[in-house]
Design a protein around this ligand. Structure first.
Ligand code: 13P
Ligand code: SF4
Length: 304
């Protein structure tokens, strides 16, 4: 079977089986093409909660599929590649953060959505990269414990100077690999290009950017800009998607280190196998976890 034949089979099966397919913007082009909704993690969590299908398939990483299950517990949620985790989400667990909370009892615990469902159960509010600044500004408490990403946390702290923000030493190992030398090299090669970066990059890289935003934010900025050249400082799939969508503009990877193996692990065949019941996994969470984790996701939607 070629790609088009596999895609046709997927489109037929998802209709028959009443499955809504969500694909994060880091997924491969051929997966985005068969998805009902695509976008950043915030947009997908809202789209998932509005979908009327009985079943949801999340092409992305596990915490995203867990978020769908928390928001739509009555639906059956599948992940086509069960091993697709997130290196950042796996860094901090409930036990560690419970201990940290004891040290900072007056702090509101803000969890980046890149955390496990289990950890979300003891946090006060979730944020995504596109909603973090707005939500933190809308929190009444001045004292914020921001977990797990210290780079996004630093960006939020600089954008919300009235808040007293404590950070822990976590983050995305992929985005954190990029340094100022990579920026200097890319700018020397493409002097007329604007630099667009994800806030998971280190503060020194963020400080050199023309635009800082989520994956959807970066894509929308580039599409709507009058400029013609862009250096993309996030997972390299975004560069590819933008090049497809804007053939009259030029997009360059900030660094080839920006490859997320977890996001890349889902294939079109995984999607087909999952629909055929031959692969993938169902996301199951107990009722207590769903109820407790839901509070901080609902807070995210209320404050965002
Ligand atoms: P977005 O919130 O931009 O979708 O980012 C999620 C992510 O995992 C970035 O590495
Ligand atoms: Fe997680 Fe980083 Fe991959 Fe995003 S790029 S899914 S934060 S490991």
């Amino acid at each position: 079977m070629n790609i088009t034949q596999i895609q046709d089979k997927i489109l037929k099966l998802k209709k028959e089986k009443d499955v809504c397919i969500l694909a994060h913007s880091y997924q491969a082009h051929e997966i985005l093409e068969i998805a009902d909704f695509t976008g950043d993690s915030y947009k997908l969590s809202v789209d998932a909660s509005k979908a009327t299908n009985k079943n949801i398939m999340m092409c992305g990483v596990r915490f995203m599929a867990e978020t769908c299950k928390i928001l739509s517990p009555e639906k059956t949620v599948y992940i086509p590649q069960p091993n697709a985790g997130c290196a950042m989400a796996d860094q901090m667990d409930k036990q560690l953060i419970s201990q940290v909370k004891e040290m900072y009892p007056d702090y509101t615990v803000v969890a980046y959505v890149n955390t496990t469902a289990d950890l979300k159960t003891i946090c006060d509010v979730c944020v995504t990269s596109s909603s973090a600044v707005k939500i933190v500004n809308n929190i009444e408490n001045k004292n914020i414990l921001f977990i797990p990403d210290c780079n996004l946390g630093d960006y939020v702290a600089k954008s919300c100077p009235d808040k007293n923000i404590k950070l822990l030493n976590g983050g995305c190992p992929i985005h954190a690999c990029v340094n100022t030398d990579d920026v200097k090299k890319a700018k020397a090669l493409h002097p007329n290009a604007e630099l667009l970066v994800h806030p998971e990059c280190v503060p020194e890289v963020v400080a050199m950017a023309d635009y800082v935003g989520s994956t959807s934010g970066i894509m929308n900025y580039a599409k709507n800009s009058d400029k013609k050249e862009f250096i993309i400082g996030t997972e390299i799939s975004i560069t590819e998607h933008l090049q497809y969508e804007c053939p009259d503009k030029n997009f360059y990877n900030l660094s080839l280190k920006l490859i997320c193996p977890n996001m890349k692990s889902t294939t079109l065949i995984d999607v087909l196998n999952c629909l055929e019941g031959k692969g993938g996994a169902e996301i199951t969470l107990d009722d207590q976890t769903i109820n407790d984790a839901r509070k901080c996701i609902d807070e995210m939607i209320r404050l965002g």
